[in-house]
Design a protein. Structure first.
Length: 288
């Protein structure tokens, strides 16, 4: 079934559900109608939003249908940005269609990372991500801008998924000393040389992937000779010192001296989505 036909069928179902006369006679409160939307309507949206590239005109159509149901077709009485807020923030926890759409797209990432999932569709992800480490790519700390400049693919659906992942996964700040030492060296938007993210294939092949791999037992950076001896590779001095300089710069920018005694541990989002039963709920809350 193509997207156009699937969209039409889903929209018709939503229209029928939200226009049923039975809801009118039940005189539902605003919270009651939101409960109806969450319990009956969202299940229909999964089949429209999850497997297709986003069509923002359709998303707006869906949103308008839901709010027409909420306000009996008489126009919004409360701003939609307020409606989606939590109760504590003066909202009603109404579904945010944009966040729901993004959270549904990320379920493909969970399936891709799950080694028990043997779906042949993973080949299409592998083709694009092979030179970036396949599953390892999702542990990189890339923002949306750098995702777009790093990944070259004609697959619009995969491109959108990667953009959404960058939006929810990117960490713009260093939270602690341990977080600093555990920073990814490769494809990290915080670590750049000549305003470009870094990736040295021969270093990666030797298991050199984190800032801590550049440190000696005295918590100082390895010298070039010590680095060569430890990892049995002969990097170009310009590459070695360029990377060390980039790492030192994020230590300074992060006010590292104030973090010396911090022990804040950061769990990778890739680990968390594999642990939870519903990744959509985790991602929805993170976007929201």
């Amino acid at each position: 079934m193509d997207f156009s036909r699937s969209r039409t069928i889903c929209l018709l179902k939503l229209q029928r559900e939200t226009r049923k006369s039975c809801w009118k006679y039940r005189r539902l409160t605003l919270l009651g109608k939101i409960t109806v939307i969450k319990s009956l309507v969202v299940s229909q949206l999964v089949y429209l939003l999850s497997p297709f590239r986003s069509n923002y005109r359709v998303l707006n159509e869906i949103n308008d249908l839901l709010y027409t149901f909420l306000w009996n077709g008489k126009g919004d009485k409360i701003k939609r940005k307020v409606m989606i807020n939590d109760f504590g923030d003066g909202g009603f926890k109404m579904i945010d269609i944009s966040s729901l759409n993004k959270s549904l797209k990320t379920t493909w990432i969970k399936k891709y990372l799950d080694n028990n999932n043997k779906g042949k569709w993973k080949i299409f992800f592998d083709i694009t991500l092979k030179k970036y480490g396949c599953q390892n790519f999702f542990s990189y700390n890339l923002n949306v801008k750098d995702i777009l400049s790093t990944i070259t693919t004609s697959d619009g659906f995969l491109k959108e998924i990667l953009e959404i992942w960058a939006e929810v996964n990117f960490e713009p700040e260093i939270a602690s000393k341990n977080h600093f030492l555990d920073q990814q060296l490769w494809h990290n938007s915080l670590l750049k040389i000549a305003n470009k993210t870094i990736f040295f294939q021969n270093w990666f092949n030797k298991g050199i992937t984190r800032v801590k791999h550049l440190m000696g037992s005295d918590n100082n950076f390895l010298s070039l000779s010590d680095f060569r001896c430890k990892y049995e590779i002969d990097p170009r001095p310009l590459s070695f010192y360029g990377l060390i300089s980039a790492v030192k710069s994020i230590r300074i920018d992060s006010n590292f001296q104030d973090l010396q005694n911090a022990n804040h541990e950061k769990e990778l989002l890739t680990t968390r989505i594999l642990q939870v039963k519903k990744a959509t709920t985790l991602i929805y809350k993170k976007i929201d």
